[in-house]
Design a protein. Sequence first.
Length: 239
Amino acid sequence: MEQSALIIEDHKYWQGAIREILERLNLDVVIVDNRVDARKQLEARQFDLVIVDVKLSGGDLGSEWVQTSNLLRYLQQQHKKTKCILLTGYPTLDYCLQALNESLAFAYFVKPKLNVVDFEAKIKSALNVDDQTEPLSAPPPPILEERRQELYKRADSGRREAAGILIAGRKTRIAMKGGKADKSDDDWLTKRLAVLDDRFQDALSRIRDVGKLEEIGEVQSWLETECSEWLDYAVASSG
Protein backbone atom coordinates (compact mmCIF):
# COMPACT_ATOMS: atom_id res chain seq x y z
CA MET A 1 0.00 0.00 0.00
CA GLU A 2 1.26 3.48 -0.90
CA GLN A 3 2.32 5.48 2.13
CA SER A 4 0.99 8.99 2.64
CA ALA A 5 2.17 12.28 4.07
CA LEU A 6 0.45 15.47 5.20
CA ILE A 7 2.37 18.73 4.87
CA ILE A 8 1.15 21.55 7.12
CA GLU A 9 3.00 24.60 5.81
CA ASP A 10 1.89 28.07 4.75
CA HIS A 11 4.85 29.10 2.58
CA LYS A 12 4.59 28.14 -1.09
CA TYR A 13 8.31 27.62 -1.49
CA TRP A 14 8.54 25.11 1.33
CA GLN A 15 5.33 23.41 0.24
CA GLY A 16 6.87 22.73 -3.18
CA ALA A 17 10.31 21.80 -1.86
CA ILE A 18 8.98 19.29 0.66
CA ARG A 19 6.45 17.85 -1.78
CA GLU A 20 9.27 17.17 -4.25
CA ILE A 21 11.25 15.26 -1.63
CA LEU A 22 8.24 13.21 -0.50
CA GLU A 23 7.08 12.36 -4.00
CA ARG A 24 10.62 11.28 -4.80
CA LEU A 25 10.10 8.68 -2.08
CA ASN A 26 6.81 7.61 -3.70
CA LEU A 27 4.59 9.06 -0.99
CA ASP A 28 1.04 10.23 -1.60
CA VAL A 29 1.19 13.90 -0.56
CA VAL A 30 -1.53 16.23 0.76
CA ILE A 31 -0.75 19.89 1.52
CA VAL A 32 -2.67 22.29 3.77
CA ASP A 33 -1.66 25.74 4.94
CA ASN A 34 -3.47 25.92 8.29
CA ARG A 35 -4.26 23.76 11.33
CA VAL A 36 -8.04 23.77 10.80
CA ASP A 37 -7.71 22.08 7.41
CA ALA A 38 -5.02 19.82 8.84
CA ARG A 39 -7.39 18.62 11.53
CA LYS A 40 -10.07 17.91 8.90
CA GLN A 41 -7.62 15.83 6.88
CA LEU A 42 -6.53 13.91 9.97
CA GLU A 43 -10.12 13.21 10.95
CA ALA A 44 -10.87 11.91 7.45
CA ARG A 45 -7.90 9.59 6.94
CA GLN A 46 -4.74 8.09 8.35
CA PHE A 47 -1.35 9.45 7.36
CA ASP A 48 1.97 7.71 7.81
CA LEU A 49 3.87 10.98 8.13
CA VAL A 50 2.95 14.54 9.13
CA ILE A 51 5.35 17.42 8.52
CA VAL A 52 4.31 20.60 10.30
CA ASP A 53 5.73 24.10 10.48
CA VAL A 54 5.76 25.18 14.13
CA LYS A 55 4.76 28.78 13.30
CA LEU A 56 2.12 29.04 10.61
CA SER A 57 0.80 32.60 10.81
CA GLY A 58 1.69 36.09 11.91
CA GLY A 59 0.57 35.46 15.50
CA ASP A 60 2.90 35.74 18.45
CA LEU A 61 5.23 32.82 19.02
CA GLY A 62 3.74 31.72 22.33
CA SER A 63 0.17 31.37 21.08
CA GLU A 64 1.39 29.72 17.85
CA TRP A 65 3.21 27.09 19.87
CA VAL A 66 0.15 26.39 22.02
CA GLN A 67 -1.87 25.65 18.87
CA THR A 68 0.89 23.54 17.33
CA SER A 69 1.43 21.54 20.52
CA ASN A 70 -2.31 20.90 20.75
CA LEU A 71 -2.18 19.46 17.23
CA LEU A 72 0.83 17.31 18.15
CA ARG A 73 -0.99 15.97 21.22
CA TYR A 74 -4.00 15.13 19.07
CA LEU A 75 -1.69 13.19 16.75
CA GLN A 76 -0.10 11.42 19.69
CA GLN A 77 -3.50 10.35 21.04
CA GLN A 78 -5.48 9.62 17.87
CA HIS A 79 -2.80 8.67 15.33
CA LYS A 80 -0.30 6.70 17.38
CA LYS A 81 1.47 5.18 14.37
CA THR A 82 1.92 8.49 12.55
CA LYS A 83 5.42 9.95 12.63
CA CYS A 84 5.68 13.74 12.94
CA ILE A 85 8.56 15.92 11.81
CA LEU A 86 8.70 19.60 12.77
CA LEU A 87 10.00 22.46 10.67
CA THR A 88 11.15 25.55 12.46
CA GLY A 89 12.84 28.91 12.24
CA TYR A 90 15.59 29.55 14.81
CA PRO A 91 13.47 31.45 17.39
CA THR A 92 11.21 28.39 17.79
CA LEU A 93 14.01 25.91 18.37
CA ASP A 94 13.37 25.62 22.11
CA TYR A 95 9.79 24.55 21.40
CA CYS A 96 11.03 21.81 19.07
CA LEU A 97 13.36 20.51 21.75
CA GLN A 98 10.40 20.47 24.14
CA ALA A 99 8.36 18.46 21.62
CA LEU A 100 11.14 15.89 21.25
CA ASN A 101 11.50 15.59 25.01
CA GLU A 102 7.76 14.93 25.33
CA SER A 103 7.82 12.45 22.40
CA LEU A 104 5.41 14.65 20.43
CA ALA A 105 7.67 14.60 17.39
CA PHE A 106 10.07 12.19 15.71
CA ALA A 107 12.52 14.88 14.60
CA TYR A 108 12.88 18.56 13.74
CA PHE A 109 14.69 20.51 11.04
CA VAL A 110 15.62 24.19 10.83
CA LYS A 111 14.28 25.59 7.56
CA PRO A 112 16.80 28.31 6.73
CA LYS A 113 19.55 25.68 6.49
CA LEU A 114 17.58 22.53 5.71
CA ASN A 115 19.97 19.74 4.72
CA VAL A 116 18.01 17.83 2.08
CA VAL A 117 20.13 14.68 2.38
CA ASP A 118 19.60 14.47 6.14
CA PHE A 119 15.92 15.39 5.81
CA GLU A 120 15.31 12.64 3.25
CA ALA A 121 17.28 10.13 5.32
CA LYS A 122 15.20 10.92 8.41
CA ILE A 123 11.97 10.40 6.46
CA LYS A 124 13.19 7.07 5.12
CA SER A 125 14.20 6.06 8.62
CA ALA A 126 10.77 6.98 9.99
CA LEU A 127 8.82 5.15 7.31
CA ASN A 128 11.26 2.40 6.33
CA VAL A 129 11.12 3.37 2.66
CA ASP A 130 13.82 3.18 0.02
CA ASP A 131 14.71 5.80 -2.58
CA GLN A 132 14.25 3.98 -5.87
CA THR A 133 15.33 6.92 -8.03
CA GLU A 134 19.00 6.03 -7.64
CA PRO A 135 20.85 2.71 -7.45
CA LEU A 136 21.04 1.55 -3.86
CA SER A 137 24.55 1.05 -2.56
CA ALA A 138 25.42 -1.88 -0.35
CA PRO A 139 24.63 -1.11 3.29
CA PRO A 140 27.57 -0.70 5.68
CA PRO A 141 28.37 -3.57 8.07
CA PRO A 142 25.90 -3.57 10.98
CA ILE A 143 28.51 -2.77 13.61
CA LEU A 144 29.83 0.18 11.57
CA GLU A 145 26.34 1.58 11.12
CA GLU A 146 25.68 1.10 14.83
CA ARG A 147 28.79 3.10 15.71
CA ARG A 148 27.82 5.77 13.18
CA GLN A 149 24.42 6.10 14.82
CA GLU A 150 26.14 6.56 18.18
CA LEU A 151 28.17 9.40 16.69
CA TYR A 152 25.04 10.98 15.20
CA LYS A 153 23.37 10.87 18.60
CA ARG A 154 26.42 12.39 20.28
CA ALA A 155 26.51 15.22 17.75
CA ASP A 156 22.80 15.87 18.18
CA SER A 157 23.16 15.83 21.96
CA GLY A 158 26.05 18.29 21.78
CA ARG A 159 24.10 20.62 19.51
CA ARG A 160 21.03 20.49 21.74
CA GLU A 161 23.08 21.27 24.84
CA ALA A 162 24.79 24.24 23.18
CA ALA A 163 21.50 25.47 21.67
CA GLY A 164 19.89 25.27 25.10
CA ILE A 165 22.58 27.55 26.51
CA LEU A 166 22.03 30.05 23.69
CA ILE A 167 18.27 29.98 24.18
CA ALA A 168 18.76 30.57 27.91
CA GLY A 169 21.11 33.42 27.01
CA ARG A 170 18.36 35.05 24.96
CA LYS A 171 15.99 34.80 27.91
CA THR A 172 18.63 36.37 30.16
CA ARG A 173 19.05 39.26 27.70
CA ILE A 174 15.32 39.84 27.75
CA ALA A 175 15.14 39.67 31.54
CA MET A 176 17.93 42.24 31.85
CA LYS A 177 15.81 44.61 29.76
CA GLY A 178 12.85 44.29 32.06
CA GLY A 179 11.26 41.32 30.31
CA LYS A 180 10.50 43.07 27.04
CA ALA A 181 11.74 41.22 23.95
CA ASP A 182 12.40 42.86 20.61
CA LYS A 183 13.73 41.90 17.18
CA SER A 184 17.34 42.31 18.28
CA ASP A 185 16.91 39.40 20.69
CA ASP A 186 15.69 37.11 17.91
CA ASP A 187 18.47 38.35 15.62
CA TRP A 188 21.03 37.67 18.34
CA LEU A 189 19.82 34.09 18.73
CA THR A 190 19.39 33.48 14.99
CA LYS A 191 22.98 34.49 14.20
CA ARG A 192 24.47 32.28 16.90
CA LEU A 193 22.30 29.27 16.15
CA ALA A 194 23.28 29.60 12.49
CA VAL A 195 26.97 29.33 13.46
CA LEU A 196 26.18 26.31 15.62
CA ASP A 197 24.12 24.67 12.87
CA ASP A 198 26.92 25.12 10.31
CA ARG A 199 29.33 23.26 12.57
CA PHE A 200 26.73 20.59 13.31
CA GLN A 201 26.19 19.99 9.58
CA ASP A 202 29.96 19.69 9.14
CA ALA A 203 30.00 17.07 11.89
CA LEU A 204 27.21 15.11 10.21
CA SER A 205 29.13 15.16 6.92
CA ARG A 206 32.27 13.84 8.58
CA ILE A 207 30.31 11.06 10.30
CA ARG A 208 28.66 10.08 7.00
CA ASP A 209 32.09 9.82 5.37
CA VAL A 210 33.29 7.20 7.85
CA GLY A 211 33.82 4.10 5.72
CA LYS A 212 35.84 1.83 7.99
CA LEU A 213 35.46 0.72 11.56
CA GLU A 214 39.08 1.74 12.18
CA GLU A 215 38.15 5.37 11.50
CA ILE A 216 35.53 5.54 14.25
CA GLY A 217 37.97 6.22 17.09
CA GLU A 218 39.55 9.20 15.36
CA VAL A 219 36.18 10.71 14.43
CA GLN A 220 34.82 10.11 17.93
CA SER A 221 37.78 11.94 19.47
CA TRP A 222 37.35 14.80 16.99
CA LEU A 223 33.62 14.96 17.72
CA GLU A 224 34.15 15.23 21.48
CA THR A 225 36.45 18.20 20.86
CA GLU A 226 33.85 19.72 18.54
CA CYS A 227 31.04 19.34 21.07
CA SER A 228 33.24 20.90 23.75
CA GLU A 229 33.96 23.84 21.44
CA TRP A 230 30.23 24.24 20.72
CA LEU A 231 29.57 24.54 24.44
CA ASP A 232 32.43 27.00 24.89
CA TYR A 233 31.03 29.09 22.03
CA ALA A 234 27.54 29.06 23.51
CA VAL A 235 28.75 30.00 26.99
CA ALA A 236 31.00 32.77 25.69
CA SER A 237 28.21 34.16 23.49
CA SER A 238 25.73 34.14 26.35
CA GLY A 239 28.06 35.67 28.94
